[in-house]
Design a binder for this molecule. Structure first.
Ligand code: GAL
Length: 302
């Protein structure tokens, strides 16, 4: 699979799973993301909301289409999930206690002023996910976001707030279907978005992008020995040609396979979002806890 381009599923159709995540359940990987498989609205850098697509794979290369697992509402313009609104960065997390799959996503008005999250639940990884609530987390605006499950099983919503100036790490309840009211603010006034986190040998890492909409910018990583501690900004993890532009991509998620970590990027095409590409790049971690991401022309699995 050629990094930076749109990829196809095993039937030869474009994979529509932008701003997404890859999780493993049993021996299967599931990739969830935004279905942007329609033409841009005329003259605009948006596609009306279709919903969340899911694909499955055993090898992270051959992806089988599993369906539209969460659908937008086509009939009620007042609905938070109406096609005219915004539904971005879907992230799915498995709840061991209830044996549920919980989908969190950025839900917004078309002009991005609502700034909330939606939470939907399914008993199966391939849906259908049923909407539980739409909320503004802890009464703080929330745009780009991810979900992070800590080593102790506690899960957190990590979201940009204060018009993307600062990030919040907000704890979820035991069912993972709501906030529990506790949060910390980190990287104050750094204007970061597109957060993606991982934990390795006693250290938490977070890669973020700058705030330039669909256009690429330089990534930055931060690290901290405690998830809720004082995160330290370190550097751009990307190295080599086009590293100042994150190889023309933007972070969406980091997944782990056999102790190695892989960064998923979206390569947005603002005027033709349905053709936006993907990359998966391995993250190198050295003995000083510094991380680097190199460009690779191809993703061929692990
Ligand atoms: C980006 C964000 C995307 C989308 C886009 C809209 O900054 O990461 O998820 O919201 O802006 O312009």
């Amino acid at each position: 699979m050629k990094n930076g381009t749109i990829w196809q599923d095993i039937c030869g159709n474009d994979i529509q799973a932008h701003g997404g995540c890859i999780i493993k359940h049993g021996d299967t990987y599931y990739w969830y993301g935004e279905n942007k498989g329609a033409d841009n609205c005329p003259g605009r850098n948006r596609v009306d909301v279709i919903g969340v697509y899911c694909y499955s794979s055993k090898d992270l290369v051959n992806w089988k289409y599993e369906g539209l697992v969460f659908e937008s509402n086509k009939d009620d313009p007042a609905s938070y999930i109406h096609t005219s609104k915004v539904m971005e960065r879907p992230k799915v997390i498995y709840n061991e206690k209830n044996k549920n799959f919980v989908l969190w996503m950025h839900i917004d008005s078309a002009d991005y002023t609502y700034a909330g999250v939606g939470i939907a639940v399914s008993e199966s990884p391939t849906g259908p996910f049923v909407l539980k609530r739409v909320t503004v987390p802890n009464r703080q605006d929330s745009r780009d976001m991810t979900i992070y499950k800590d080593v102790d099983g506690t899960a957190y919503l990590v979201h940009s707030k204060d018009w993307n100036k600062t990030l919040n790490i907000a704890r979820l309840n035991e069912d993972y279907d709501d906030l529990d009211g506790f949060y910390v603010s980190v990287m104050a006034d750094q204007e970061r978005e597109a957060p993606a986190l991982f934990f390795h040998e006693g250290m938490y890492y977070m890669i973020t992008s700058g705030c330039t909409g669909w256009n690429p910018n330089a990534a930055l990583y931060a690290r901290c020995p405690q998830l809720l501690g004082k995160w330290k900004l370190i550097d751009n993890p990307c190295v080599g040609e086009n590293s100042r532009m994150t190889f023309f991509g933007q972070s969406s998620y980091i997944f782990e396979v056999d102790g190695r970590f892989y960064l998923m990027l979206d390569h947005w095409i603002p005027h033709n979002l349905k053709k936006s590409g993907y990359s998966i790049l391995p993250i190198e971690i050295d003995e000083k806890n510094d991380i680097t991401v190199n460009w690779q022309d191809e993703w061929n699995g692990i």
